[in-house]
Design a protein around this ligand. Structure first.
Ligand SMILES: Cc1cc2nc3c(=O)[nH]c(=O)nc-3n(C[C@H](O)[C@H](O)[C@H](O)COP(=O)(O)OP(=O)(O)OC[C@H]3O[C@@H](n4cnc5c(N)ncnc54)[C@H](O)[C@@H]3O)c2cc1C
Length: 346
């Protein structure tokens, strides 16, 4: 069904035998649509290091080999024993029906005590299936690692922090990327790359057809350092794009929204921040014309600095904002954008 072959046996050449400790962590390295390593993958590596075991990285897709070389040359390889690549275009669309059995096969009966990936759309799609295949309860969306058996994760829209302990058995973990700063680049090391070949079942009951993506040139919402978010008060799509877009451009920010803004057709649902949207923790978060519902706060309350603009002095968002600006957004936002543009010029 599967086989491992060593492509770059740097450690074999140097050390005679390849060192491998008795337990280790398998970490999924997520690639973006262009085959580049995502920042959430580097957060997964950072979290894996906290488990204290050696780490093997897993990269899937047609560009897996190139991504493995990129990872090595970036120097983000501290604690890494090896990189396993499964180089096939069938993994490019990250269909969980293909990925889950492969990871399950790698985990079963192996030295791996833990599997770690980020709690992204892919992670949320894949990990429960691996859990079902391995008959193991996943530990999802963790924000802190106390030790290799004990983890913390927010529940009830972030109002309660649950401490979860799992003794023994294999651990299947997703991490909240915003809680684990990505590993920083270091000196490139020689890390072995192993090719993994796995033959999926012929008919997994699903096939990739097409995708219709809403793209923009702004920083990705999930990893942007500054996020400008708008709510229902922005009225319509033209106003949302015009007012928030201009402010985001001058700040080089990503754009977010509330669910009410999405439901009212103001913007695409990929912009939704919150319990049922993206979880972000940028350095600076602008909350504009949004009330601060608990489900929205669940996705942004860990932002370092929160600026709220609202014309209602009692809006709940003011309770968590570092800077509160009570006023009409249709006056305040153009004024702010104008001043920032002037500052940028000078
Ligand atoms: C199960 C569940 C999951 C949910 N998940 C999410 C989620 O992931 N993300 C999310 O965001 N929501 C989510 N919601 C919806 C959430 O409960 C709120 O309904 C939503 O966040 C409200 O969006 P809003 O703040 O844009 O709208 P509103 O609550 O209507 O707030 C609009 C705000 O704009 C202000 N305003 C109006 N005019 C102006 C003006 N001219 N200038 C300045 N301010 C002005 C008002 O004072 C008000 O505070 C979820 C709800 C449920 C039940």
């Amino acid at each position: 069904m599967y086989k491992l072959s060593i492509l770059n046996s740097a450690r074999l050449i140097r050390g005679g035998i390849m060192s491998s400790r008795s337990v280790s962590t398998l970490t999924y390295i997520e690639l973006d649509r262009n085959g580049q390593i995502t920042s959430s993958a580097l957060s997964s590596l950072a979290a894996s290091r906290k488990l204290g075991d050696s780490i093997d990285a897993l990269i899937l897709g047609a560009n897996a080999m190139k991504a493995a070389s990129d990872l090595i040359s970036s120097g983000n390889t501290n604690n890494l024993e090896k990189i396993i690549v499964a180089e096939s275009p069938i993994y490019d669309h990250t269909l969980p029906e293909y990925i889950s059995p492969l990871i399950c096969e790698l985990m079963k009966g192996s030295k791996y005590s833990s599997f770690v990936m980020a709690s992204t759309e892919i992670g949320k799609n894949v990990l429960p299936r691996i859990g079902a295949l391995m008959n193991t309860q996943p530990i999802c969306d963790i924000t802190m690692i106390h030790n290799k058996d004990t983890f913390e994760r927010p529940i009830y829209a972030g109002n309660v922090l649950a401490t979860i302990k799992k003794d023994g058995g294999k651990k299947l973990i997703t991490i909240r990327a915003s809680s684990f700063p990505p590993v920083v680049e270091g000196t490139p090391e020689r890390i072995p790359i192993e090719k993994y070949s796995y033959t999926p079942e012929k008919d997994v009951g699903i096939r990739w057809d097409a995708e219709n993506l809403v793209t923009n040139k702004r920083p990705d919402l999930a990893s942007a350092k500054i996020v400008v978010s708008g709510g229902r008060a922005l009225k319509d799509k033209k106003t949302f794009d015009g007012l928030l877009g201009s402010l985001a451009d001058v700040l080089h920010a990503g754009i977010g929204s509330t669910r009410a803004a999405v439901d009212s057709g103001l913007c695409d649902n990929s912009l939704q921040v919150g319990q049922t949207g993206k979880i972000v923790a940028p350095d600076l978060y602008f909350a504009i014309g949004l009330s601060g519902a608990i489900q929205h706060l669940a996705g942004m309350k860990n932002s370092k600095v929160i600026v709220a603009i609202n014309n209602d002095a009692d809006a709940p968002i003011f309770q968590i904002a570092d800077y509160s600006l009570e006023g009409d957004l249709f006056e305040v936002v153009p004024e702010l954008t104008k001043k920032l543009k002037l500052m940028e010029k000078n």
